[in-house]
Write a protein that binds this ligand. Structure first.
Ligand SMILES: Cc1ncc(C[n+]2csc(CCOP(=O)(O)OP(=O)(O)O)c2C)c(N)n1
Length: 555
C-alpha cells in the first residue's frame, strides 16, 4: 500500500484521535491518506499554534500529542512549539514533510534541514530515508515520546518516501538498544532517603512537573501525609497536589508566596520529586535551602546534581519510588515546625490593593470562584504569575503553562488543544495583551471548529512583565514595552473573526462578563479586561537573590 496510507493506519493503531496541522506540497500525500481516516485533523492557522495545541492536548490528557507541518517554512514554524514542549517534557510526535530524497541538500524549493534545526530541542528525531523503515520509525517515535522522561520526537518525511509502496506490518513490540529508562528506584537509596526523612525535623517536599507526568499525585499526597511534610511545588508542579490541601503551600520561586519560599529556605530536608531545579524555582542556587540535605528523585539521571548538590540521588519513576518510600516512613509529629509554617502562612498571605479599581488579581480570583474546576492555560508574563498565584489548582493537568521556555503565544493554542480533548469542560486562557496577539489568528480555528475557549486578557497595554523589570531595576526607562493601542478593540477583533467579544472596564462588571462568557459553549469568547496599567506582580525575588530576599509592596 502507499506509505502515506500505511502511516495513517499506524497512527490509528497508536490510538491517535486528533492531529493539529497545516498541509503543503511536501506532506500532501499524508493529508490525502488522512482523508479516508477517522482521525480528526484540526486545521490551525499557524504551525507554531498546531504544535502548541498538540502540546496542550498532551498536557491535558497525558496522551501523546500529534502535529503535522509541511517542509521548509511549515517545518521551521514548528520549532518554537517543539522547544516549548521539550523544556517542559511534554510528549509529542511532530511530522514534517520534506522534499524528495534526491533533492535533499540541493536548496530545493521549501527545503529546510529540520532534523538538524531541531536536534537540540527534540528528545529524538528522524529523517526517514527508507520507506521500509517508516512504520518502525513511527512505532519508535511514539515509544520514545511517551516513556521515561517524555518529550517531543520529530519525524521528517521526504515526499517520495510517503509515495512509495510498502507492506503494512506494524511492529507490536519495541526494543530499542540503548534506550531503557530506569523506572525502579534503587532500594538502598530509597531506604537512605527514608532514614533522612525519619531524622529530619523540618522536611519539605518539592514537587515538580514530573509528579504529574508520572501520575504520582496520589502517592505524593500519601507520602506528605505520612511524614507529615509540607509540600511546595514548582510552576510545572502546580496541581501535583490539591492546592487546598492543608499541607500544600503552592509554588515557590521568583513569584512564589513568601510563606512557601520561607518554608523551603528553612527546611532541614528537601525531598525533590520530578523537578529540575530551574533558576526561576531556586533563586540564587548558592543560597538555596542552606540548611537542608537534598533527596532528588527523577527519572532522568542527567537532572540529578545538574543544578543543586544532592545527598541522596534516586533515579526512577516518581510513582514507583514514592510508593516504595512511604513503606519505610512512620508518622512523626513536628509541632514546632508545623506552627512556624502556619504562622508564616497567616502573616504573609498573597495580597493586592483592594480599592475598587480593576485589578488583574481580582479577575483571576473571580474566574476561580465561578469555575474552580476549569482547565486554565496561561500566556507568559505577569498574567502567568498572577494565574499561578490566585488560581488554586485542585488536580493534575488542570494548570497548563509554558514554564521552561516561557513562550508568549502558548496559552491560547494550548487551550484550544485542551478544549478539543475535553469539549465539555470549561477551558480558560489567562492572557496578556502582548501574548495573545502572538497567536490571535487561532480565533479563526476556534470559530471554524466551534472550540469554545474563553480568553481572559489582562490588558495593561504593556509588555507588562518586562515593564515591571524596567520600573524596578532600570529606573522606569520603559524602552519598547508600551503597547500603545488604546484605540484597538479586542472585542471588535474577536467579532471580526466570528467569535464573541466583551470589554470590561470596571471591577463591578467582571462577574457578569465572566458569567456571560461561561454560558457560551459553541464559540470562543474573548474578554478584554482593561486592568490597572502599572500593577506589578508581588512578592518578587529579584534575579540573583536568594528565595528569602523578597521584594514586596505596601498594600
Ligand atoms: C515569544 C516571546 N518573546 C518575548 C518574550 C519576553 N517576554 C517575557 S514576558 C513579556 C511581556 C508579556 O506581555 P503580555 O503578554 O502583555 O503580558 P503581561 O506581562 O502584561 O501580563 C515578554 C515580552 C517571551 N517570553 N516570549
Amino acid at each position: 500500500m502507499r506509505a502515506a496510507d500505511a502511516l495513517v493506519k499506524a497512527l490509528e493503531a497508536e490510538g491517535v484521535e486528533h492531529i493539529f496541522g497545516i498541509p503543503g506540497g511536501a506532506i500532501i500525500e499524508v493529508y490525502d491518506a488522512l482523508y479516508d481516516s477517522n482521525i480528526e485533523h484540526i486545521l490551525t492557522r499557524h504551525e507554531q499554534a498546531a504544535v502548541h495545541a498538540a502540546d496542550g492536548y498532551a498536557r491535558a490528557t497525558g496522551k501523546t500529542g500529534v502535529a503535522f507541518a509541511t517542509s521548509g517554512p511549515g517545518a521551521t514554524n514548528t520549532v518554537t512549539g517543539i522547544a516549548t514542549a521539550y523544556m517542559d517534557s511534554s510528549p509529542l510526535v511532530v511530522m514534517t514533510g520534506q522534499v524528495p530524497r534526491a533533492l535533499i541538500g540541493n536548496d530545493a524549493f521549501q527545503e529546510a534541514d529540520i532534523t538538524g534545526i531541531t536536534m537540540p530541542v527534540t528528545k529524538h528525531n528522524y529523517l526517514v530515508t527508507d520507506p521500509n523503515s517508516l512504520l518502525t520509525t513511527v512505532r519508535e517515535a511514539f515509544h520514545i515520546a511517551s516513556t521515561g522522561r517524555p518529550g517531543p520526537v520529530l519525524i521528517d518525511l521526504p515526499k517520495d518516501v510517503t509515495m512509495a509502496d510498502i507492506e503494512f506490518d506494524y511492529p507490536p513490540k519495541i526494543d530499542l538498544v540503548g534506550y531503557k529508562p530506569k523506572m525502579k528506584g534503587h532500594p538502598k537509596q530509597i531506604k537512605r532517603a527514608a532514614e533522612l526523612i525519619m531524622k529530619s525535623e523540618r522536611p519539605v517536599i518539592l514537587a515538580g512537573g514530573g509528579v504529574i507526568l508520572s501520575n504520582a499525585s496520589e502517592e505524593l499526597v500519601k507520602l506528605a501525609e505520612t511524614i507529615p511534610a509540607f509540600v511546595v511545588t514548582t510552576l510545572m508542579g502546580k496541581g501535583a497536589m490539591p492546592e487546598t490541601h492543608p499541607l500544600c503551600l503552592g509554588f515557590i520561586g521568583m513569584h512564589g508566596s513568601k510563606y512557601a519560599n520561607y518554608t523551603i529556605m528553612e527546611a532541614d530536608l528537601v525531598i525533590a520529586v520530578g523537578c529540575r531545579f530551574s533558576d526561576r524555582t531556586t533563586g540564587r542556587v548558592s543560597g538555596f535551602a542552606p540548611y537542608a540535605k537534598v533527596v532528588h528523585i527523577d527519572v532522568d539521571p542527567a537532572e540529578i546534581g545538574k543544578n543543586v548538590r544532592v545527598d541522596v540521588p534516586i533515579v526512577g519513576d516518581a510513582k514507583q519510588v514514592l510508593a516504595e518510600l512511604v513503606k519505610y516512613i512512620k508518622y512523626k509529629q513536628r509541632k514546632e515546625w508545623e506552627n512556624k509554617v502556619n504562622e508564616w502562612r497567616k502573616t504573609y498571605p498573597l495580597r493586592y490593593k483592594k480599592d475598587g479599581k480593576l485589578r488583574p488579581q481580582y479577575v483571576i480570583e473571580k474566574v476561580y470562584e465561578l469555575k474552580p474546576d476549569a482547565i486554565v492555560t496561561t500566556e507568559v508574563g505577569q498574567n502567568q504569575m498572577w494565574a499561578a498565584q490566585y488560581f488554586k489548582v485542585s488536580r493534575p493537568r488542570q494548570f497548563i503553562s509554558s514554564g521552561g521556555l516561557g513562550t508568549m503565544g502558548f496559552g491560547f493554542p494550548a487551550a484550544m488543544g485542551a478544549q478539543v480533548a475535553f469539549p465539555d469542560k470549561t477551558v480558560v486562557d489567562i492572557a496578556g495583551d502582548g501574548s495573545f496577539l502572538m497567536n490571535i489568528q487561532e480565533l479563526a480555528t476556534c470559530v471554524d471548529y466551534r472550540i469554545p475557549v474563553k480568553v481572559c486578557i489582562l490588558n495593561n497595554m504593556f509588555l507588562g512583565m518586562v515593564r515591571q523589570w524596567q520600573q524596578l531595576f532600570y529606573d522606569e526607562r520603559y524602552s519598547a514595552t508600551c503597547l500603545r493601542c488604546k484605540e484597538m478593540s479586542f472585542e471588535k477583533i474577536a467579532e471580526g473573526f466570528g467569535a464573541v467579544g466583551i470589554t470590561v472596564e470596571k471591577e463591578t462588571e467582571v462577574e457578569d462578563a465572566l458569567k456571560e462568557a461561561f454560558e457560551i459553549n459553541d464559540l470562543p469568547v474573548v474578554i478584554d479586561f482593561r486592568v490597572e496599567r502599572l500593577e506589578n506582580v508581588y512578592p518578587m525575588v529579584p534575579a540573583g537573590a536568594a528565595l528569602n530576599e523578597i521584594l514586596d509592596e505596601e498594600v
